[in-house]
Design a protein around this ligand. Structure first.
Ligand SMILES: Nc1nc2c(ncn2[C@@H]2O[C@H](COP(=O)(O)OP(=O)(O)OP(=O)(O)O)[C@@H](O)[C@H]2O)c(=O)[nH]1
Ligand SMILES: [Mg+2]
Length: 474
């Protein structure tokens, strides 16, 4: 390599580094929100971008500057690869299926080569590469973040409040009585105690899990690994439960022996914080540049007022993690670097297009407080109504002399093409009465026949991609 080439290579490296061409995106949302479908579609749209130039609102693509995109091996070799080809094969097979539910963290890396558009920089370097990393992890694990700011006693107090709401009480009364009768002072043989704790903890988890199965609700009282243990299934660190006796909570715990049941439980709680939650956030949270939170507003609208309230609380807690300036403890621990956050309502292919804005606005109202907190700290926040894989197309019909937009898709059971009107999507928060009167039904459609050679049909994925990574393609 002669001197000029060397200088050129060096200056390209410097430009790349200076412009920070790596972008790491965390895809977050509660179970079933559509994270895996989103990740699959995002990869698919990027891989097809240079071929089809179909992403109208993804500026580098619209300007025909995208040259090539390919999936590559990520550097963090201990993190499993996102199974893109498995997910795509499921979607495009003869009997198409949605990807399976995610149980662990995984990562995908896509390298996008593009022609530089910036009129100064392109004099030095004609083309460049953006490396996009996407992390898919169970949203439940993110909900453990607030636990880091609590000790065992304050967590127990928070649990009492949570467990005694009207509808949770029905599920947890039995185990609550058992826990209240637990002997916290006893000094038992370690093995016997471990066995006893496991028994009570199993029952505690089971009662809350059955509640959660019925209501898809999350709360502090059910730490993330209790729902999805991943590699920790059966590990003793998960064998803890809160103290529910008010009188015990008002005592000074210094008087308890180190090997008392209470101290052992406290140690397990602290171990969970130190060895499970903290490393998880250090590993996945610190290095994230951009975040997308997916919300399944359709199922909230179908499930009613309580689910709405629960999801609202959950999203607020979920986004608390982004309020960097306010939570100094979090800043000290991780100094996260997220500068853009997208909050998207998913599956809008189930909604006629003239109601997408109502859907977005309803979700916006639901997350307004959380969004405000985050935006306040200087993170750019945007909301959108999207569909990772569109299963329908809009059709105009007539109802009582009025034009009515509906969605047309394939009915799951019969395989027939059907037209569906889901009802009117509210554009603002509803009163209790309005919730009771709400008549809405988003019938899911089957996945239509898809081709491997074409990008997956979607709604506004190009706008999401532009928001998340568009600025990197200078
Ligand atoms: N109509 C429609 N349905 C979707 C779309 N995305 C997801 N779904 C539906 O939502 C279900 C859940 O989607 P996933 O992508 O598996 O959700 P997830 O957030 O990864 O869920 P977990 O892995 O269980 O945490 C799918 O099985 C589909 O039924 C979409 O764009 N349109
Ligand atoms: Mg998933």
């Amino acid at each position: 390599m002669d001197l000029i080439d060397k200088v050129k290579t060096k200056s390209n490296e410097l430009i790349d580094r200076g412009l920070n061409r790596n972008v790491r995106i965390a895809v977050t949302g509660l179970s079933g929100a559509g994270k895996t479908a989103f990740t699959t579609s995002m990869i698919n749209q990027l891989l097809q971008a240079p071929i089809e130039e179909h992403l109208t609102f993804f500026s580098v693509n619209a300007q025909s500057r995208m040259q090539a995109c390919k999936l590559t091996q990520h550097q963090e070799l201990h993190i499993p690869s996102f199974d893109y080809s498995g997910a795509l094969t499921h979607l495009i097979s003869d009997s198409p299926q949605w990807p399976e539910s995610t149980r662990n963290v995984s990562q995908a890396q896509i390298k996008c080569r593009f022609r530089v558009g910036h009129r100064w920089i392109k004099k030095l370097q004609s083309d460049s590469t953006v490396t996009v990393e996407i992390v898919d992890y169970p949203g439940e694990w993110l909900l453990d973040l607030p636990l880091l700011a609590m000790d065992y006693k304050s967590w127990s107090k928070a649990c009492i409040k949570y467990l005694n709401s009207e509808r949770r009480k029905q599920y947890t009364e039995g185990i609550q009585n058992k826990i209240r009768a637990f002997d916290y002072k006893s000094l038992q043989d370690e093995t016997a105690l471990a066995k006893e704790l496991k028994g009570v903890a199993n029952e505690y988890r089971a009662s809350l899990s059955s509640y959660r199965n019925d209501y898809n609700d999350y709360g502090l009282a059910l730490p993330g690994r209790f729902i999805l243990p991943g590699a920790l299934a059966d590990a003793p660190t998960l064998d803890f439960f809160p103290v529910l006796n008010e009188d015990l909570l008002s005592l000074d715990w210094e008087q308890f022996e180190q090997n008392s049941s209470l101290k052992v439980l406290e140690k397990r709680f602290n171990y969970y914080k130190e060895k499970v939650i903290k490393p998880f956030f250090e590993e996945y949270f610190t290095k994230v540049d951009r975040q997308i939170v997916l919300i399944d507003t359709c199922s909230v609208l179908e499930s009613g007022y309580e689910s709405y309230q629960d999801l609202k609380d959950t999203v607020e807690r979920l986004l608390e993690g982004f309020s960097y300036g306010r939570s100094n403890w979090l800043k000290r621990l991780f100094s996260p670097s997220i500068d853009k956050l997208m909050i998207a309502t998913t599956k809008v292919d189930l909604v006629p297009p003239d109601q997408h804005s109502a859907m977005e606005s309803f979700m916006q109202k639901m997350v307004a407080q959380a969004k405000n907190n985050v935006g306040y700290e200087g993170v750019e926040v945007e909301t959108m109504a999207i569909s990772a894989v569109a299963t329908s197309e809009p059709v105009a019909t007539e109802h009582e002399g009025e034009k009515l937009l509906c969605v047309k898709g394939i009915e799951e059971h019969s395989g027939e093409s059907v037209i569906h009107y889901p009802g009117r999507v509210p554009s603002k928060g509803l009163s209790r009465q309005e919730w009771n009167d709400l008549d809405i039904d988003f019938a899911p459609f089957a996945i239509p026949e898809l081709s491997e050679d074409e990008a997956l049909p979607h709604i506004r994925m190009d706008k999401v991609i532009e928001f998340l990574i568009g600025d990197k393609f200078i």
